[in-house]
Design a protein. Sequence first.
Length: 273
Amino acid sequence: MKQTRIPSADGLTLATYETGNPDGPTILFLHGFSQAALAWDLQMSDPELKSCFRMVAYDIRGHGASDQPDDPARYSRDVDFAADTNAVITALNLNRPILVGWSYAGRLVNDYVRAYGTKAIAGINYVGARTNSDPAFNGPGNEFLRDMCRLDLAAEIAAVEKFMRACFFVPPPADYLRRAVFYNMRVRPQTRRAHLTRPPDVDSILPRLDLPVLVTQGSRDLLVLPGLATHTARTVPDAVLSLYTGVGHSPFVEDTPRFNRELAAFVQRCAVV
């Protein structure tokens, strides 16, 4: 795994991770709220994916090993998040990557497209993705977010553990869950609060998407209700909806073989469009 630290447009440093076939089609993974690039370990370490694709992930601002500024204004502007993704694409010379956005990163994907268009990317895979901020699509797992933003360590730890369990309907391996709790705890409560208080997002970008789009959704998602995936797939021209029955918010962990197989097929499809 190659690790690189690159500057963002507004002076933050972003931690990036790369593996796989440097000559293959490129996948850029964007993780969810309070997570880290390590969330994609079961994809980044998969031998078949590594043999076929160049795979890159990065810790979004305020998460993982990327900078975590104190000023909440550094988390408020859509253009800054868009510029972060663009900085990764540009600095690593990614050739028309497929953007894979999990959960909160659905918004980050839309931020990027709104600012830079679709010419530099080949496709989008929304995974349990927040493509708009309508609270009607909030599942019961969101009730833990308030305590994750409190300056009360005991309450924060308890809320993070409950939040992470809510990310799965099919329980993950114990070591995966334990590590996920650890990297969630690297994000400070005030950073989480700043992310959650961003201005509401609308999905006006979706009807204008002019590239292949795959919408991946678990039927038992407790964070982002499946109705949002259905809405996204209906709103994006020619999008494909892949519903995972009996799976929660993390299809790439709960049914890794299917997810990796469908991702590979989607990337190959994008490569020939």
